[in-house]
Design a protein around this ligand. Structure first.
Ligand code: ZN
Length: 153
């Protein structure tokens, strides 16, 4: 048996990026316009109305101000909404009569938001698939170029 030697191939001599914005991480906020895990401003505001005061929040991409989302947190909400849509449709169909209009209304409402989330999740899935097919070296290189690009802007 010949001895095998492990050869360590260093990246480029530089320290690897600690947080590469181009490496998909479903737990981090992602900008669908920039297609990157950019830094963001966490904006919150409240609205005071008759019986409610709602707090809204937005993760605003520092680069393009688009609203960013967290894929890991969005997915279960999306699944829940789409599931609810199916149940509402089913209930309307089974019970019929007076139950049809309200169940259609519920289904339309949850379906609209659910499919909107599905649209953004699809952007995320196709991007992360594309990124994962690249080599670590390539991602590292692209990440560096991207960071330089942002700093220039
Ligand atoms: Zn952006």
């Amino acid at each position: 048996m010949g001895g095998s030697s492990l050869e360590w191939v260093g990246m480029t001599g530089e320290e690897p990026l600690e947080r590469n914005p181009l490496v998909p991480d479903s737990k981090r906020y992602w900008c669908y316009r920039c297609k990157a895990h950019n830094e963001f401003d966490h904006l919150t505001w409240r609205t005071y109305r008759a019986n409610s005061d709602d707090t809204y929040e937005k993760m605003s991409c520092v680069r393009c101000q688009a609203s960013m989302f967290n894929p890991a947190r969005t997915k279960p909400v999306m699944v829940g909404l789409l599931g609810f849509t199916l149940v509402a449709l089913f209930v309307g169909l089974v019970l019929g009569g007076d139950f049809v209009p309200p169940s259609l209304l519920f289904a339309a409402f949850s379906g609209l938001i659910g499919f909107m989330m599905l649209y953004y999740m699809n952007l995320w899935w196709s991007w992360s698939r594309r990124q994962r097919s690249k080599s670590a070296e390539q991602l590292e290189q692209e990440g560096r170029q991207y960071i330089v690009l942002i700093e220039k802007e």
